[in-house]
Each structure stands twice: as structure tokens, then as C-alpha cells.
Design a protein around this ligand. Structure first.
Ligand code: KG4
Ligand code: ZN
Length: 322
């Protein structure tokens, strides 16, 4: 019986996990950042402190278990907001010390990658996985659940961050991705052609120019329906991510590709990537919708692999922001 905790950013989550099965998982998404265009770190930590014990309690009671049933406890150790990480990490290490059970610190991005294993469909390795979140846009060549190599990353904004900034420029609440997706639903994706960004390393990403291009287009075409603008911009992001992912898969001769992280919850992106992967003969794995945004089930999967391999952490290991 493994208890996993996730508090890297603004979501407070707990999961009970055993033998490849999620027994219960609870996520409290913090609403108080909505009108500020992004997460206020100090508020996030304070809210974790209040909500984490409640999330763990709820996960235990949903699974009809108690603290004494736990055999191992895991928490996200980083990267993320240090104050937020400390709440989950210290809580987990205190539980491990009190109950005399192992503690496993998990890398947040490794956990996002392994959220693919929460899908019904069994996964095989190697696989090329794009982690698309509010803080990261990282492309990994995953050789084994615990062995991944960074192939490319954003040189400026993360893709989710670009969605959030574009939404904030329109006065829409944080997180902005779902807001843009909703507005784009009724729009014409061909209304505006945004240029695809270039980076010195072909497998890196850049989003700051694309974000600025949205702001310029909004000024240049004030009469264009917002839905058309959002649909065109979202389509460009989907084309860009897809070209990178499939392009890198081709270059590295890997036939399996995966998409995970908060931005993987975007239905347009999922559909576009699915169509392109099918047309070009790539085997696509998508994180289940329930496990795209931050959650503790993905922390549990990563910790489970470490547990099976005896890779425990020290109770003195501190969390890390980067
Ligand atoms: O993985 P996640 O929950 O947290 C991080 O590790 O950052 O990702 C959050 C990000 C936010 O930037 C949010 O706007 C974006 O994921 N996001 C979306 C959608 N749902 C969440 N972006 C585009 N479309 C969505 N439907
Ligand atoms: Zn995340």
C-alpha cells in the first residue's frame, strides 16, 4: 500500500496505490489564483498546508484504509514551487519517520511521463514523450520507466504558460488553457496563419514569439471574432507540437510517441495529434484525461517503479525547485 502526495504547484493531491492499481485519488484544485493570471506561490503553500491532510484523509477513507496500512510513502520532490513542494515532502517524510516505512521522492516530470501507464492500454518502451505543462515543455526519449533522456526543451515560455498568458491578455481567469480551448471551439482555425517558431536545436521549442504574435493579431484585426483568433492560434500550437514530436520520433527511429501534462487535456490537440500519428504510422499514447493535470496517481506510478527496484530516498533529501 503506497500513499503518494503531489503539491508541486497549485494542486493538492493524494493517491493510494497498490500493485498497479489506483485505489483512490483526490485532487483539490486551488481556485484563489484564478483572477491573478497565474499562481501566487505564498498562497499556494498556505492552501496546501490546509488541504493536504484533508486530501490524504479523503484518499484513505475512499479506499477504506488507515495510516497503519501504509507500507511506503512518496511525494513529488521537484521541480516546482519550493514552498509548495516543502509541504508535501515534509509531510511525507514525517509520515515515513513516524511509521518506520520507506520514503520515495519523485521527480515531477518523470511522474508526468509515467502517467501514460495509467491508461487502459499497456505501454511498451522505448517511447518518445512530450511533457506539455504550465512550467515545462520537455521532450524525452524514454528507454525504460526509470530511464529517460532529455532530447529537447523550450528555450523560453512553456506551452501551458503561453496559453495562460494569452488568456490573461484577454482578461480570462487562470488556468487559461481550458478557456482558450472553449472559445476556439466555435472558431475558424484557418482565419489567421501564424508562423511556426524556429529554434537552433531542432527538437527545442519556443513559445514567446507565438504568444506575442497572438497579441499583435488581436490589435491588427480588432474586428476578427475572438473565436477565430483562438482557433487559429490553438491550431498553430497543435501543428507545432505535432511536427516536433513526430519529427523527433522519425529522427530517433522510435515508433511510439506520447503526450502528457496539463496541455495534453486539450481535446483539439489530442485529436490533431491522433490523426497525424495514424496517417504517418506512429503508435500514439495519450495520458488519460483525469491524469493530464497535476495529480498524485502519476506520483504513485513513478514511486511504484522505484519501490520495486529498491530505490528509496533519504529522509534528509530536500525538495528542489529546478
Ligand atoms: O500539468 P499541469 O497541471 O501543471 C504543471 O505541471 O504545470 O499543467 C497546467 C497547465 C496550465 O498552463 C493550463 O493552462 C494547461 O496546463 N492546460 C491546458 C488545458 N488544460 C490545462 N492547456 C490547453 N488546453 C487545455 N484544455
Ligand atoms: Zn505538472
Amino acid at each position: 500500500m503506497l500513499l503518494a502526495i503531489e503539491t508541486s504547484c497549485d494542486d493538492t493531491a493524494a493517491c493510494l496505490y497498490q500493485d498497479g492499481q489506483v485505489l483512490s485519488h483526490v485532487v483539490y484544485r486551488q481556485e484563489m489564483h484564478a483572477s491573478f493570471g497565474g499562481v501566487i506561490p505564498e498562497w499556494a503553500s498556505r492552501e496546501h498546508e490546509v488541504k493536504l491532510p484533508l486530501a490524504i484523509q479523503a484518499a484513505l477513507s475512499q479506499a477504506e484504509k488507515s495510516y497503519s496500512d501504509l507500507k511506503v510513502v512518496a511525494a513529488a520532490q521537484g521541480p516546482g514551487l519550493i514552498g509548495s513542494l516543502l509541504i508535501g515532502s515534509v509531510y511525507a517524510r514525517a509520515l515515513a519517520a513516524a511509521w518506520g516505512i520507506p520514503f520515495i521522492g519523485v521527480h515531477h516530470l518523470e511522474a508526468h511521463v509515467l502517467s501514460l501507464e495509467l491508461s487502459e492500454r499497456p505501454i511498451s518502451y522505448p517511447i518518445l514523450v512530450l511533457v506539455a505543462t504550465g512550467g515545462h515543455t520537455h521532450l524525452f526519449r524514454v528507454l525504460h520507466p526509470l530511464r529517460m533522456e532529455l532530447v529537447g526543451r523550450t528555450i523560453d515560455d512553456a506551452v501551458g504558460e503561453a496559453f495562460d498568458k494569452v488568456a490573461a491578455s484577454l482578461g480570462l481567469p487562470y488556468p487559461g488553457g481550458p478557456q482558450i480551448e472553449t472559445i476556439a471551439q466555435s472558431g475558424d482555425k484557418e482565419a489567421i496563419a501564424f508562423p511556426l517558431p524556429h529554434t537552433p536545436n531542432p527538437w527545442d521549442f519556443s513559445f514567446s514569439g507565438l504568444k506575442t504574435a497572438f497579441l499583435y493579431a488581436r490589435q491588427k484585426y480588432p474586428d476578427l471574432p475572438l473565436s477565430d483568433l483562438c482557433a487559429s492560434w490553438q491550431h498553430t500550437v497543435a501543428v507545432y507540437l505535432t511536427e516536433k514530436l513526430i519529427g523527433a520520433a522519425k529522427a530517433f527511429q522510435i515508433s511510439r510517441i506520447g503526450l502528457v501534462g496539463g496541455v495534453a487535456a486539450n481535446a483539439y490537440l489530442r485529436q490533431y495529434l491522433h490523426t497525424q500519428a495514424a496517417a504517418q504510422g506512429y503508435d500514439l499514447y495519450l495520458a488519460p484525461m483525469a491524469y493530464c493535470m497535476d495529480n498524485a496517481a502519476m506520483i504513485a506510478v513513478a514511486a511504484w517503479h522505484r519501490y520495486l527496484n529498491g530505490l528509496y530516498s533519504n529522509l534528509t533529501d530536500p525538495p528542489f525547485a529546478r
